[in-house]
Design a protein around this ligand. Structure first.
Ligand SMILES: [Cu+2]
Length: 621
């Protein structure tokens, strides 16, 4: 003790008090069980679902029972423990629903979503402490919906702490609907008070690596529903495969897309209270991830792991890898369909991505791409910027990219949107297979990623080291895949990367191509341009991009999303104003027949100042 001195004693006392604070939670409460949403609650007889629900309090362990818990309110089926998410209400279309619901809390609870859909979002049921209510209503239209409660009369966006887990899934199946789907309810425990800030995201009641580990066979079609009952939007990203969005819902209305309308992508934005339905087919074996691309929703919750703020400390065999929260691990087993055998007709093309520390420290890192085919030496002399140079690949061409880490911290690089082998996907300690997972790229070492990208489009390479420092210091860049024989044409193709950088004295700022004040770009009238837009910010799920002239949006044509081209028949001009969620890309065609000034405005909630990318349209004469 003498080594600590008086200051140390005070510190120990504070730590002891902090520990007391944690254990002030009530250990006599029942456990809140994780609900995998596979088993519907209640009994259906003669077309009537009978379900007895309770609202109670329990101890919620976002990880395992050796970890911390929180006292939380949760729904329970009578006679069973409380669950997160709440008991699954799942009925065939046409079912009549009879629910009794009993509030065991000492607080009144206002319940949303227990009615026929579509319904009035303001049609809620208020239960006083100790009150029991009977509800009866028809199931309504097929779809997926959330039901949820609040003890503070807040909306989903305002719920805090114990009430944030009062949520469940409500599914109405159309006749003939396959029931082997999986349902994922997204929650975020958020507590903001003078004693501190707590953010614990969970899927079906658990935070990675305690979320369910899914296993599929190659070729096995999967069908998922994602329901967001948290206060924040999310950007749900699937590694290694494209998925199709089959339907979306806003909590009351559910819209199934016709086959022609179904968007394909690798990242889907989801607002609070909203739902989407997706299908995909795992075509390559190995380990993959489905996760929110917002850094704060996929990092180990600091409140549960105060010492693990340094992901550098993690071991290669530790699957948590600094990740946490809204992350699901998927293992694809070799199945009945044979693995595609790549036909290699010539030596692979070789590129090098060198990540080094910037001697000037602002930004911390600098990235360099060595491409023997791109001879422009001038590019290499550029000062370090908050952005790596573009990597240009050719569709179908076997390529080896050596990632050389000459910094003093480990890293891992993910080839976002590229369909490649799991081992090269870039999640250290996870991707690959049980026998051999992707290693971290330790300081002074290299990792060679192999790929033969099967589609041309706009993609991203970025750090998958779960470290805000790397993501805020430019360890990312555009990854452009061109058609065979096509050359990258900087005259007519303009890349805009939206991200976050720290600029003293302003702190975190939205930036475009590495700067908050991008130079004007000159465009020529009557000339068609391809704009490649990329959002690789930290947490900006709700980023908006607008191209305007004299205050009104111009017309543009969105031609691809996440690297997937839209069918030609669907291409049409639209007003240049769209959301671009984090981990997403869009390809846009734009042509102006008028001279003048055009501005691309990039904005995101939480950033007062929008960022402007100016264009000067000049006439060709
Ligand atoms: Cu998120």
């Amino acid at each position: 003790m003498r080594h600590f001195g008086r200051f140390g004693v005070v510190l120990l006392l504070l730590l002891f008090l902090a520990a007391l604070e944690i254990h002030a939670e009530n250990p006599s409460l029942p456990l809140v069980m994780a609900n995998d949403n596979r088993t519907p609650a209640g009994q259906i007889k003669n077309g009537v679902l009978k379900l007895d629900l309770e609202i109670s309090q329990g101890r919620w362990y976002p990880e395992d029972e050796k970890g911390q818990y929180r006292n939380a309110y949760a729904f329970a089926e009578k006679g069973r423990p409380p669950e997160s998410s709440g008991p699954l209400i799942r009925v065939p279309q046409g079912t009549q629903i009879r629910i009794t619901i009993h509030n065991t809390l000492t607080l009144a609870v206002n319940i949303h979503g227990l009615h026929a859909h579509p319904g009035d979002p303001n049609d809620t049921v208020k239960l006083e402490p100790g009150e029991t209510r009977e509800l009866e209503f028809p199931a309504g239209e097929p779809g997926a919906y959330p039901y949820w409660g609040t003890t503070s009369d807040k909306s989903l966006k305002g719920r805090r702490a114990a009430e944030t887990l009062l949520s469940g899934a409500f599914i109405v199946d159309a006749p003939g609907m396959p029931e082997q789907d999986r349902i994922f309810v997204l929650s975020v425990w958020l507590k903001v008070d003078p004693s501190g800030f707590e953010l614990i995201p969970s899927i079906n009641g658990k935070s990675w690596p305690y979320t369910e580990h899914l296993t599929y066979k190659m070729g096995e079609a999967t069908h998922w529903r994602v329901i967001n009952t948290s206060d924040d939007p999310h950007a749900m990203h699937l590694h290694g495969f494209y998925f199709t969005v089959n339907a979306v819902g806003d909590g009351e209305h559910y819209e199934s897309y016709s086959e022609q309308q179904q968007p394909k992508g690798v990242t889907e934005f989801i607002d609070p209270g909203h739902v989407f339905e997706m299908t995909w087919t795992p075509e390559r074996a190995g380990n993959w991830l489905f996760h929110c691309h917002m850094m704060m929703h996929m990092s180990a919750p600091a409140v549960l792991h105060p010492k693990q703020a340094q992901p550098a400390a993690y071991s290669e065999h530790d699957h948590s890898g600094g990740m946490g929260g809204l992350v699901i691990g998927i293992t694809v087993l070799p199945g009945s369909i044979p693995a595609a055998v790549p036909v290699v007709t010539k030596a692979p093309r070789k590129l090098q991505l060198v990540i080094s520390e910037n001697p000037d420290k602002v930004p911390l890192y600098q990235l360099q791409v060595n491409d023997p085919l791109a001879a422009s030496e001038s590019d290499k002399k550029k000062p370090p910027s908050l952005l790596g140079p573009p990597i240009l690949l050719t569709r179908g061409e076997e390529t080896e990219i050596e990632v050389k880490n000459v910094t003093s911290s480990p890293t891992a690089i993910h080839w976002h949107g590229i369909e490649l082998e799991s081992f090269y996907d870039g999640v250290a300690g996870w991707t690959g297979s049980g026998q051999q997972t992707t290693p971290a790229i330790a300081p002074g070492t290299s990792f060679v990623a192999h790929m033969a990208p099967p589609r041309a489009g706009t993609f991203i390479y970025h750090t998958h080291w779960h470290d805000q420092k790397q993501l805020e210091n430019g360890v990312y860049g555009p990854l452009i895949v061109l058609e065979p024989g096509q050359k990258y044409d900087p005259e007519h193709e303009k890349i805009f990367v939206f991200s976050i950088g720290r600029y003293a004295p302003f702190g975190s700022m939205l930036i475009v191509n590495g700067t908050p004040e991008p130079d004007p770009v000159e465009l020529k009238t009557g000339t068609r341009y391809r704009l490649r837009l990329i959002n690789i910010s930290t947490n900006e799920a709700d980023l908006r991009v607008r191209l305007e002239s004299e205050g009104a949006p111009v017309q543009w044509k969105v031609i691809a999303s996440d690297g997937a081209d839209f069918p030609t028949l669907q291409l049409k001009s639209s007003a240049a104003d769209m959301g671009l969620t984090v981990g997403s890309t869009r390809d846009i065609e734009y042509e102006s027949d008028r001279e003048g000034h055009v501005e691309m405005k990039i904005s995101a909630p939480g950033f007062e100042a929008l960022i402007m990318q100016p264009f000067d349209v000049v006439s060709v004469k």
